[in-house]
Design a protein around this ligand. Structure first.
Ligand code: FES
Ligand code: FES
Length: 222
C-alpha cells in the first residue's frame, strides 16, 4: 500500500492548514493552545470528561458536510487530516457582533466564571447548525443530548438550556457550508496517511482494504 509522509492537512480559519514534525499523539488542544496560541479553547480535565475543550470537526460524507463536536484534549492531531476544524474564535462575526449562540448565553446569564463557556458555546453551535435551515427549536431532550458532554461548576444548567432555546429566536447567522465543502474537496481525501515521529507511526487508511492490509503488515500495531 502506498502511504505518504506528507504533512497533515486540514481546513482551519478559511484555509488549508498544514502540520508536520509533531508527535503522533499530540492533541488538537495542545496544537491549538501551544502551537497556534488560540487559547479560546480551554483545558479543564484533559481527559475527555468536562467538555471545556469542545471544538467542532467537519468532514465530507457522500459529498455532504457532516459536523460533530469533539473533545480536543483527546483528539490526536493526525485524525484531523482531510477534515475541517472550528473553534470558538470562528464564531466571531465580521462586524464584531456576537454569534446568536453567544448572544443567547449573555441574555440568559449562561456564564459566571466562564471557564466552561467556550465548550458550551461550541456544543450549542453544533446544535444551532442542525437547525439553522429548518428553523426548528430543539426540544429538551435534544438540548440535553447536545450538552451532555459539558460540565459547569458554577452557573448551573438551566440558564444554559434557556440559551439553547433562545439562540434560534435571534437574527440568523448563515454558515457557508459550500465554502467548507469546496475547501475539503481540494484536500487529498484518498491517499492513506502515515505520520512518523520519534519511532512512532500514525497510520490513517482510507479504505477497508487498506486497513486489512495494514493489519496484515503490522499485526502488533495498536
Ligand atoms: S479538557 Fe475536559 S474534556 Fe477536554
Ligand atoms: S461558568 Fe464557571 S464552570 Fe461554568
Amino acid at each position: 500500500m502506498s502511504e505518504t509522509t506528507r504533512p497533515i492537512q486540514f481546513y482551519f480559519r478559511g484555509q488549508t492548514h498544514e502540520v508536520a514534525g509533531q508527535p503522533t499523539t499530540r492533541t488538537v488542544l495542545q496544537h491549538l493552545r501551544e502551537d497556534l496560541h488560540c487559547t479560546g479553547t480551554k483545558e479543564g480535565c484533559a481527559e475527555g470528561d468536562c467538555g471545556a475543550c469542545t471544538v467542532v470537526v467537519g468532514e465530507l460524507r457522500d459529498d455532504q458536510l457532516e459536523l460533530k463536536t469533539v473533545n480536543a484534549c483527546i483528539q490526536f492531531l493526525p485524525t484531523l487530516d482531510g477534515r475541517a476544524l472550528f473553534t470558538v474564535e470562528d464564531l466571531k462575526q465580521s462586524d464584531g457582533c456576537l454569534h446568536p449562540v453567544q448572544q443567547a448565553m449573555v441574555e440568559c446569564h449562561g456564564s459566571q466564571c466562564g471557564f466552561c463557556t467556550p465548550g458550551f458555546v461550541m456544543s450549542l453551535w453544533g446544535l444551532y447548525l442542525k437547525h439553522d435551515k429548518d428553523g426548528i427549536t430543539p426540544d429538551k431532550r435534544e438540548i440535553d443530548d447536545a450538552l451532555s458532554g459539558n460540565l459547569c461548576r458554577c452557573t448551573g444548567y438551566r440558564p444554559i438550556i434557556d440559551a439553547a432555546r433562545r439562540m434560534g429566536e435571534l437574527p440568523k447567522v448563515e454558515f457557508d457550508r459550500e465554502a467548507v465543502k469546496t475547501a475539503l474537496r481540494a484536500i487529498d481525501q484518498d491517499t492513506p496517511l502515515a505520520v512518523t515521529h520519534a519511532g512512532q507511526t500514525f497510520h490513517a487508511p482510507r479504505t477497508l482494504a487498506q486497513l486489512v492490509q495494514l493489519r496484515t503488515d503490522l499485526p502488533k500495531a495498536r
